[in-house]
Design a protein around this ligand. Structure first.
Ligand code: HQG
Length: 181
């Protein structure tokens, strides 16, 4: 039977980014754990009991975003962690504009504080409006797309990292760089 790749991706994201202890997983300081341990842990998860290494590799290959990294017998989430993890990202000059999709209910607070990482390690920004819309849609049926003046922020010394084709990270984004607030 074919594997439910969405469920697999979401379950592993949850385990490797947020709650490894719920799966009895030990992550090292760079966020890696043994693939065998992860596959064992999945045996207790409905619909994922029989997932193999080959299923895991297929899911990663089919994914539209680079969320996971494999190295020899280990795996880690590449970004999105809510705990402290040492992942080395490339510092990079961003495009002139980036986007951030968010919920209407967060706007007042963003107007006061700018964008903050909240429970994650970084603020996540998107390279295009459509991706930002999809990110925002996770929080609100009618998300707001903020336009970020990334060039100006970069020129003022804010450090940006590119996590994958569509995802950029920064520690925090002060409100003056949000174009349409
Ligand atoms: C909001 C997914 C109040 C922020 C996506 C967001 C992304 C504030 C929410 C990745 C705020 C945090 C991350 C402030 C920011 N006051 N609210 N000052 N500053 N917020 O889920 O960016 O597909 O932690 O706007 O694609 O939504 O799973 O972050 O709405 O790349 O790989 O606080 O997760 O990645 O929500 O999404 P999240 P996010 P995957």
């Amino acid at each position: 039977m074919s594997v439910n790749e969405l469920k697999l991706s979401k379950t592993i994201s949850y385990a490797l980014r947020h709650h490894p202890e719920e799966f009895n997983l030990q992550l090292d300081e760079e966020g890696w754990c043994f693939i065998d341990d992860l596959l064992n842990a999945l045996q207790t998860v409905n619909q994922l009991q029989d997932v193999t290494l080959s299923d895991l590799k297929k899911m990663i290959a089919h994914s539209e975003k680079k969320r996971f990294e494999l190295k020899k017998d280990k795996i880690r989430a590449y970004y999105g962690h809510s705990f402290d993890v040492k992942v080395k990202y490339n510092e990079k000059k961003p495009p002139d504009f980036l986007y951030h999709g968010t919920a209407r209910r967060f706007l007042d607070s963003i107007k006061r504080q700018g964008l903050i990482a909240k429970q994650r390690q970084y603020v996540h920004l998107s390279s295009d409006r459509h991706t930002a819309y999809l990110v925002g849609k996770r929080h609100d049926d009618y998300p707001i797309i903020l336009k970020i003046n990334a060039k100006e922020a970069f020129d003022d010394g804010i450090v940006f990292y590119d996590a994958n084709d569509t995802t950029w990270l920064c520690e925090a984004l002060p409100k003056q760089y949000i174009d349409n607030l």
